[in-house]
Design a protein around this ligand. Sequence first.
Ligand code: 4FM
Length: 239
Amino acid sequence: MKFDVLTIFPQYFDVLGESLVGKAISGGKFGVEIFNIRDFSSDKHHKTDDAPYGGGAGMVMTAEPIMAAIESADPLHEAHRIYMSPKGKVLDQKRVEQLAKKDRILLLCGDYEGVDERALALGIDEEISIGDYVLTGGELPALVLINCVARYLDGVLGSSESVEEESFSNGLLEYPHYTRPEVFRGMRVPEVLLGGNHRDISEWRLNKSLEVTQARRPDLLKGVDLTPYMPKKKKKHRQ
Ligand code: 4FM
């Protein structure tokens, strides 16, 4: 997987040098290339914004350097081109899983009051939001998207099972976790986890998952099929 990120604030992405995501990048599992939109401005002062037509406060990012940056990063339109914006469809784990299957993703980060609509019409395939709140720009949302997609790529998590076992993979919130010591400030680790009976442990964890989901995010249970799995009876074939 290769991410191309287009931004006027490339410093935001220095954080990718740290962390598990950074390890995966240096491990060659995926790459992130940062493009400074300012480098693509033909203006003598490398201007990337201008006053809005129709008036009003703030500045709008101009279409020309954005289109030049998009076409330089992805001249053959091989990448899925995403604009991070509160107007986009809100990202969920299902969409993250689909995005993780793509070979290339281009992320356009806007700042100031907005991006000239023509750059979006001509250069962008999809708008994605990370949630219903407003930030100063698309850089943190782009880092969020890169981070959750990276978890699906080999070498980011400890093992591939960890992605399948966690919150949302079964549509439920996670069960509680415990590690040593057995007693901390008088609080004991639940007895079942010390016993080594893996059927009992799985049952306890599923029940805890259902309990925490019902208590905190009952909306998530609407998408979960709680019917117990029942193998179908084989039809009897007579000869
Ligand atoms: C985006 C500000 C573009 C200015 C933003 C411009 C956001 C979100 C967000 C702020 N992006 N999910 N929520 N962006 O708040 O994705 Cl020009």
